[in-house]
Design a protein around this ligand. Structure first.
Ligand SMILES: NC(=O)c1ccc[n+]([C@@H]2O[C@H](COP(=O)([O-])OP(=O)(O)OC[C@H]3O[C@@H](n4cnc5c(N)ncnc54)[C@H](OP(=O)(O)O)[C@@H]3O)[C@@H](O)[C@H]2O)c1
Length: 185
């Protein structure tokens, strides 16, 4: 588990590096009925999705501010602000990431540090399989990792608090992921 001690190790392991881009990406999800999920699992997931981002952003934010130039990408999740059914804890934890990143986007700007929240939508990583989802039977196609990463980096380069809307296309419907909380249009 990435905790305070591990972030301390990360800090000392990278102390002599001139880092210009930090991607705080670690995260996981535990879908299911809230009352049926183990509380320790929920707590561990909450720590990962909040404290790890906090520690990384605080430590590396200071390093980037010192060099007066750099970027931070924080991995959030589509729909976090409005809640994610059967992922109540995961959505709530990611809402913290969104709020932290959106605020620091403005606070760090005068320091020369760009901050972008990547509120990723359904993306073709190991996660869909872990959740027991079969993309072939889903009403929307997952976006590729390449598209997700490219839109995150492009948003950062343009100094946006969120990337431009990534879209998952399927015939007759459009699923937008980033800025509107994942709306079917
Ligand atoms: N894929 C999606 O559809 C989707 C949708 C919305 C948001 N996201 C978010 O996007 C980010 C990347 O997810 P992904 O889809 O690429 O998932 P992934 O392939 O499972 O990668 C998750 C990353 O988080 C790390 N991680 C997980 N638990 C950890 C722990 N306890 N301590 C330290 N590191 C840990 C993993 O490290 P190891 O490789 O060492 O295990 C891995 O690098 C996550 O924050 C996720 O919540 C994904």
């Amino acid at each position: 588990m990435l905790g305070v001690a591990e972030v301390g190790q990360l800090a000392s392991a990278t102390d002599d590096l001139d880092i210009s881009l930090v991607v705080s990406n670690a995260g996981t999800g535990n879908p299911g009925e809230f009352l049926k999920l183990d509380r320790q699992l929920l707590q561990a997931s909450l720590r990962l999705s909040t404290m790890a981002h906090l520690d990384i952003t605080h430590h590396f934010g200071a390093k980037l501010a010192k060099r007066r130039r750099g970027g931070l990408i924080l991995a959030g999740a589509m729909g976090a602000e409005t809640g994610v059914p059967y992922m109540a804890n995961d959505g709530a934890a990611k809402a913290y990431v969104h709020s932290l990143g959106e605020t620091l986007h403005y606070e760090f700007n005068p320091l020369g540090v760009y901050v972008t929240v990547l509120a990723g939508g359904f993306t073709k990583t190991a996660v869909p399989e872990k959740f027991g989802l079969d993309p072939k039977t889903m009403p929307m196609k997952p976006m590729s990792v390449e598209q997700c990463v490219s839109e995150g980096l492009s948003g950062l380069l343009k100094n946006r608090s969120r990337p431009a809307e990534p879209h998952i296309e399927r015939p007759g419907a459009r699923f937008s992921c980033a800025e509107d909380g994942g709306r079917l249009a």
